[in-house]
Each structure stands twice: as C-alpha cells, then as structure tokens.
Design a protein around this ligand. Structure first.
Ligand code: GTB
Length: 212
C-alpha cells in the first residue's frame, strides 16, 4: 500500500524546506520508502476533507493502508520504528535516540517558534521591539546547552538517528534569524544533516513544487 503525505500547495518559504513536510520526506528518503504527496491550499486545509485527516487543519499528514497520522514527530517516529536506519537496534541507544526526538520538538523547537510568532504575528504590537531580544536570548540559551552536549561529535548520540533528523530540521528554522551562524558547531552539524543524500532528495522534492 502506498504512502501519501500532505504538504503545502505552495509553501510560504518559497522552497527553503522549512515547512514540516520536509522532515517527513527526509525520514521517508532515509528509510528508502516511496511516497506520494497530496498538496493542499491554506483554504483546503480548513475544510472537512483535510480536517478528517488533521484535526488542527495543518500539514503534514501521513496516510498508509487505512492508517492516518498527523504531527510530524509522530510520523517520523512511525517511519523510524518500521524501517531500518533511523533508530538503533540496541534498546538503550534506541531510548536515547527517542529522547533526542522529544528534545528537538519539545525543548529546542518552542523558542524558535516563538521567534517566528514574535516577528510575523506580533511584530506590529507596541511591545514587540522590547520582547524580540528576550525571545532571541532564549534560543541562544538552548543553543549554548545543545552545542555543549554535541561538542565535536558528528551526531548527538553515536550514529545518525531520527533524533538528529528532527534536531537538524528544527535548527534549520533558526537559520534565517542569523542565530544558528553564531554557533559554529551547530551550524556544521546542520550542514552535515543537509549533506546527507536522503536530505538532499527530500529538499529537492519540496523545492520542485515551492520554488517561486
Ligand atoms: N506540531 C505540528 C507538527 O509538527 O506537525 C505543527 C504542524 C504545523 O505547524 N504545520 C504548519 C501548517 O500547516 C506548516 S509547518 N500551517 C498552516 C496553518 O496552521 O494554517 C510550519 C511552517 C510554516 C511556514 C514556514 N515558512 O514559511 O517558513 C515554516 C514552517
């Protein structure tokens, strides 16, 4: 049964690969699983057909053989559990890799999302200029700690895993702000992720539909 994911009909990032279908595409490429894409407009996302797949009217979703999933982290986890290459076989190493998946999504991503909200949704508020440096500093605090843990290692815990896939995907969203470049070891870590053939295929696939 074929896998169908959903993605923006046209991503607002114009093909930078920052929308969350890219991380799902990447996981599917790492797992060597073919997939199709159902492209949805912003309007269609809020209509009953898409809402039956995604209760919050967002992308990405994942459909296969009567199973319908939403939440990029849950989708990547599902792919990683079912196919080789994204989670270690050793039980303890696997638990640590899963821990990094959660760390990416629930510790590192939230302050990065706050920055997008501060800039694009609250940028016109009278207090926006005062809040922005605080939001940026909260990202730097997390990046300092992450960089300290990563050190000079290639990946977060041994071989590349779904934990790295999600962490790199999350860090990429901080690149346009310039904060990622302030942390050369994290910048290099992200570049290693981007250099993986599976990432390059995923990036190219989304670029093909999103390039302006
Ligand atoms: N927690 C969910 C997950 O991880 O899957 C969040 C899903 C989500 O935020 N989806 C966004 C969406 O559907 C797209 S990825 N938004 C439409 C809506 O809510 O109506 C977020 C995103 C959007 C745009 C850019 N960009 O332009 O750079 C980057 C990321």
């Amino acid at each position: 049964m074929s896998i169908v994911i959903s993605a923006f009909e046209k991503s607002p990032d114009g093909g930078m690969g920052l929308a969350r279908d890219t991380r799902v595409r990447w996981a599917l490429e790492e797992a060597a699983q073919p997939y199709d894409v159902r492209y949805v407009s912003f309007q269609a996302m809020k209509e009953p057909e898409h809402l039956s797949a995604h209760p919050f009217g967002q992308i990405p979703t994942y459909e296969e053989d009567g199973l319908c999933l939403f939440e990029s982290g849950a989708i990547v986890f599902h792919i990683a559990q079912r196919h080789q290459g994204l989670l270690p076989k050793d039980e303890k190493a696997r638990a640590r890799a899963i821990t990094w998946m959660f760390a990416a999504l629930s510790t590192v991503e939230p302050p990065i999302l706050d920055l997008a909200i501060a800039k694009f949704q609250e940028g016109d508020k009278p207090w926006a200029a005062e809040r922005l440096p605080l939001v940026m500093e909260r990202i730097r605090a997390k990046f300092r700690q992450l960089a300290a843990r990563l050190g000079d290692s290639e990946w977060l815990d041994g071989d590349f895993s779904a934990g790295d896939l999600l962490m790199v995907s999350v860090l990429l969203r901080a690149r346009p702000s310039g904060i990622l470049a302030e942390f050369p070891t994290l910048d290099a870590y992200v570049a290693r992720g981007e250099a993986r053939p599976a990432y390059r295929r995923a990036f190219a696939a989304q670029l093909a539909v999103n390039a302006a």
